[in-house]
Design a protein around this ligand. Structure first.
Ligand SMILES: Cc1ncc(COP(=O)(O)O)c(C=O)c1O
Length: 267
């Protein structure tokens, strides 16, 4: 955890601490325990061709002794990109679903079971109630006092858990990396209901910093990240963390942030 020294934040009266946290092992922790308890030997999950989540499941399978199956959105292209090649090297079996079938993957679960046998299903992005439970442990690892903690939002599991585990008087702010992310608030609420039996009132999602949409970037983001790197020597991941950081600085300049803020640097 380290405090970022930046005159723009100082001018806005905001202190910002960066906290590194890998949300993927947290999202998988209780899923792996449940899979093991239910006697499963195989994990099956979904993702795009560059999905960090597929990689994380492949790594976890290798480490914890599960076979893994990754259902990839779209057509197979050879040679495999570095991300999918990594999954295969970890022992993951890949299968491809065209985009429209992929969108309706729930309809294909029966087909997948006929094809692959029994498996423990982990949804795309890894966000389910057990993932939220794992992410509710993030806050207990942060030994500082703050008013607001920020994280990027893709599928919502990280924010759902993070917010649920916060000390009282502290709020969470998620930054959607998706265009048209209005549906995310209901996703987060639903995950909290399933995981904790209630929706906590201490979180919100900012929708205005997607910079063109998922895995897209624009000049504003590129300029911000280049400048951030020049000032702080820190290269931020542009798909998730960069968009959150752009949002944090924009909201600070608008006077919309409290005085003690934590930014979760997810990997
Ligand atoms: C680096 C990084 N940060 C944040 C997120 C967003 O997490 P979530 O999908 O739980 O909203 C992801 C997606 O898993 C990610 O890969």
């Amino acid at each position: 955890m380290h405090e970022l020294s930046d005159d723009r934040l100082a001018a806005a009266g905001v202190r910002l601490w960066l906290v590194h946290d890998s949300n993927k092992p947290r999202k998988l922790k209780y899923n792996l325990i449940a899979a093991r308890e239910q006697g499963h030997h195989t994990l099956l999950t979904f993702g795009g061709a560059y999905s960090n989540h597929l990689r994380a499941v492949a790594d976890a399978g290798r480490e914890h002794g599960f076979q893994t199956i990754g259902i990839v959105r779209g057509e197979q292209t050879l040679p495999l990109n570095e991300s999918l090649a990594h999954c295969v090297a970890q022992g993951m079996r890949l299968s491809y679903l065209d985009r429209s079938s992929y969108r309706r993957w729930r309809l294909h679960i029966g087909d997948l079971r006929r094809r692959f046998g029994e498996f423990f299903l982990i949804p795309e992005g890894g966000s389910n109630a057990l993932a939220a439970l794992g992410c509710s442990e993030i806050a207990s690892g942060i030994d500082a006092r703050y008013d607001l903690i920020c994280c990027p939002v893709g599928t919502g599991g990280t924010l759902a858990g993070l917010a649920a585990g916060l000390p009282s008087g502290t709020a969470a702010l998620g930054f959607s990396v998706l265009k048209g992310g209005d549906f995310l608030a209901e996703e987060v609420a639903q995950l909290q209901r399933e995981a904790f039996g209630r929706v906590s009132p201490n979180w919100q999602i900012e929708l205005g910093f997607h910079c063109g949409g998922y895995a897209r970037r624009n000049a504003e983001l590129d300029d911000f990240l280049a400048d951030f790197h020049a000032r702080h020597g820190i290269e931020l991941d542009w798909v998730y963390v960069g968009k959150m950081m752009l949002g944090i600085f924009a909201l600070a300049a608008r006077g919309r942030l409290p005085s003690r803020v934590v930014a979760l640097i997810t990997t």
